[in-house]
Design a protein around this ligand. Structure first.
Ligand code: SF4
Ligand code: SF3
Length: 533
C-alpha cells in the first residue's frame, strides 16, 4: 500500500512521504485522512448552499483539524468521522433541497474500514486539476483551511464562533472541487483565507482573554516541586483550566509542556498555585523527555509522536488528538488521569531556572511609551520576530544562532514552539525592557500583529517600514495559515526556514517572491547583514 503526503516540513526528501510518514503516519491513516478531506469537500458543496448549521460547521472544523500533522493517528476514529461526515452530507443535501451531481457530490463511503481505506487511496490531493501550479495553489488553500480550523476549534471550545468565517470555510472547501475556477481564483481564496484567519486568531484571543484575562509578564519555573505530577501538552487552555480545577487540593502539581508554556501568563490560570512550572522543550523532544516525567501526561492537541513503551501507560489523549492504544479521554472528566498521577512517584523538590512569558499585546502596548522612547533615543535599533514551529530536522540551530548573535541593541519577539531554540538563554534588557519577549502560542501571532500595527501607528509608517524583521520557522499547517495572514496584511520581506514547502511549485514560489519578497533563510551572517547592513 502506498501513500502520498507533503503537507508538512518533514515531507520525505523534500518531496513527500510515500512509503510511510516521517511523522509516523501509516498509509492506512493517510488514506483515511485523504478520504475524510474528500468527504468534507462533498459536505461543503451542500453546506455552502444550506447556510449556517451549527452541527455541520462544528464537524467541518473538527474534521479539518483531525487531518493536521501530528493530531490523529488512529484509523478507527478517522473511520468513524468519515461515517459521520456522510450522515451530515445526506442531512445537508436533504435540508438544502439542491440537487448536485459529480464525483464529489455523489460521494458515499464504503461500510467498512478497509473499503474506506481503498477509496481514500484514490483521493490523494482530491482535486480534479492536473496542472501542477493549480494543484499547488489549491493545496496551499486547503492547508490554510486546516490550520485555521485548528484555531477555530479552540475558539469554539470556549464558546465563540463567527458566521462569516464559517461561510468562508464551506465556500472555500466547495471551491476546491470546481474545475471552472482558475489559478488567480485560488490565489484570491488563499489571501482571503489569510484574512479570515486574522479574524479567527482575534476571536481566539478574545476567547482566551475573556476567560482568563490578558497575559501578564510571568516568571515560569523550569525546575520541579515535590509532589505528584501531571504534564499537559498541546494548545488548549480550557482543557488545562478544567484539569486545574479537578486537581485542586489533591497534592498534584500541574506542569505545562511545549505550546502550553504561555498559559502561565494568564491571571485566570496562574491563580492556581498548583500550576507550578514548565517541563521540557518543544514537541520533537517528547520521547526523550517524557520518559523522565514521573506522573501522567496528557495531550490536548498536536504535536503527538509515536509514544515509547516506557511512558505509554501513563499517556492520555484528549479532544482530537489520538494514537492507537493510547487511552483517550472523552469529555471533561479527568479522574483517570488524576488517579494515575496519584499512583506514580511524582517529583522531588528541585528548583531550577526561571524564564519569562506573558508578553501579549496588552502587556507590551502597556509599556509602549517606554518602547517608543527607546527606539527614538536609539537604545533599541531593531526588532526581530523570531518565531514559528520547532521541528526535528537539522538546520534549526540557525534560529538559536541568529538570536544569540543579534546585537545588544535589538529586541526579540517570539511565539510558538520555535522559541525553545533560545528561550532558556540570557538576553538581558534594554532600560528595563527584556530583550526577549515571549508573546505566546502560535495563534498569538495575532498579538504580534497588534504590536506591529500599534508601532506602525506610533511611528506613522507602514509595518513594512518599521525597524522590524520576521525570521520565521514553519513545520505544520498552522504556520501555513499564519503566513497567509501575514501576506493578506501586505507584510513583506519575511525570511522563512528551515526549508521551503514541498507543495509550493517554482512558479507559485516566484509569484510569492515577486509579490511579498519572501526569501528562504541562508546563513545567519548573511541574513543578519542583509537586514542590519
Ligand atoms: Fe510526511 Fe508530514 Fe505528511 Fe507526516 S504530515 S506524512 S511527515 S508530509
Ligand atoms: Fe509547534 Fe506542533 Fe507548530 Fe503551535 S506544537 S507551533 S509545531
Amino acid at each position: 500500500m502506498g501513500m502520498f503526503c507533503n503537507q508538512c516540513e518533514q515531507a520525505a526528501n523534500g518531496v513527500g512521504c510515500n512509503i510511510s510518514g516521517v511523522c509516523g503516519k501509516k498509509p492506512d491513516v493517510s488514506a483515511l485522512q485523504d478520504h475524510l478531506l474528500y468527504g468534507l469537500k462533498s459536505l461543503a458543496l451542500y453546506a455552502d448552499k444550506l447556510g449556517r448549521n451549527a452541527e455541520i460547521d462544528r464537524f467541518t472544523i473538527e474534521g479539518l483539524f483531525t487531518t493536521v500533522t501530528n493530531v490523529d493517528f488512529d484509523s478507527v476514529r478517522i473511520g468513524e468521522m468519515i461515517k459521520r461526515c456522510y450522515e451530515l452530507k445526506e442531512k445537508a443535501k436533504a435540508a438544502s433541497g439542491v440537487s448536485l451531481s459529480g464525483a464529489f457530490a455523489d460521494w458515499k463511503p464504503a461500510d467498512d474500514l478497509n473499503g474506506m481505506i481503498a477509496q481514500g487511496e484514490t483521493h490523494g490531493l482530491s482535486t480534479l486539476h492536473v496542472n501542477e501550479d493549480m494543484r499547488s495553489i489549491i493545496e496551499i488553500l486547503i492547508l490554510g483551511l486546516k490550520g485555521m480550523a485548528a484555531y477555530m476549534d479552540h475558539a469554539m471550545i470556549l464558546g465563540k464562533t463567527d458566521d462569516d468565517v464559517m461561510a468562508f470555510f464551506q465556500k472555500a472547501l466547495a471551491a476546491t472541487t470546481d474545475v471552472n475556477l482558475g489559478l488567480m481564483d485560488f490565489v484570491g481564496l488563499s489571501m482571503e483565507c489569510g484574512k479570515q484567519n486574522l479574524t479567527v486568531m482575534g476571536l481566539l484571543n478574545t476567547a482566551h482573554t475573556d476567560a482568563y484575562g490578558h497575559p501578564v509578564p510571568t516568571a515560569v519555573q523550569l525546575g520541579t516541586k515535590a509532589g505528584k505530577a501531571i504534564l499537559v501538552t498541546g494548545h488548549d487552555l480550557k482543557m488545562l483550566e478544567e484539569l486545574l480545577k479537578q486537581t485542586e487540593g489533591k497534592g498534584i502539581n500541574v506542569y505545562t509542556h511545549g505550546e502550553m508554556l504561555p498559559a502561565h501568563g494568564y491571571p485566570g490560570l496562574k491563580k492556581y498555585t498548583h500550576l507550578v512550572g514548565n517541563f521540557g522543550g518543544a514537541w520533537q523532544d517528547q520521547a526523550k523527555e517524557f520518559v523522565n516525567f514521573p506522573g501522567s501526561i496528557i495531550f490536548n492537541t498536536n504535536c503527538i509522536q509515536k509514544p515509547a513503551d516506557s511512558y505509554k501507560d501513563r499517556l492520555y489523549t484528549w479532544g482530537l488528538v489520538a494514537w492507537p492504544d493510547v487511552k483517550h479521554i472523552d469529555g471533561w472528566d479527568f479522574s483517570e488521569v488524576i488517579n494515575k498521577a496519584l499512583e506514580l512517584p511524582g517529583f522531588p523538590e528541585n528548583p531550577g531556572q526561571e524564564i519569562l512569558t506573558g508578553f501579549g499585546h496588552n502587556a507590551v502596548l502597556g509599556v509602549a511609551d517606554k518602547v517608543i522612547a527607546a527606539v527614538k533615543s536609539g537604545a533599541i535599533k531593531h526588532f526581530f520576530l523570531i518565531g514559528g514551529c520547532d521541528g526535528a530536522k537539522s538546520g534549526r540551530n540557525y534560529y538559536t544562532e541568529f538570536a544569540e548573535k543579534l546585537p545588544q541593541d535589538t529586541v526579540i519577539l517570539t511565539l510558538a514552539c520555535g522559541k525553545y531554540r533560545f528561550n532558556k538563554l540570557e538576553f538581558g534588557d534594554i532600560g528595563g525592557i527584556p530583550r526577549l519577549l515571549d508573546i505566546g502560542q502560535c495563534n498569538d501571532a495575532y498579538s504580534a500583529i497588534q504590536i506591529a500595527l500599534a508601532l506602525a501607528g506610533a511611528f506613522e509608517c507602514g509595518v513594512n517600514e518599521l525597524p522590524l524583521s520576521m525570521i520565521l520557522s514553519w513545520y505544520e499547517q498552522k504556520a501555513v495559515v499564519i503566513l497567509l495572514t501575514l501576506f493578506s496584511l501586505g507584510i513583506k520581506n519575511i525570511k522563512l526556514g528551515p526549508s521551503l514547502p514541498a507543495f509550493v511549485t517554482p512558479n507559485i514560489l516566484n509569484f510569492l517572491v515577486e509579490t511579498f519578497n519572501i526569501a528562504p533563510i541562508t546563513t545567519v551572517e548573511e541574513d543578519m547583514k542583509s537586514i542590519l547592513g
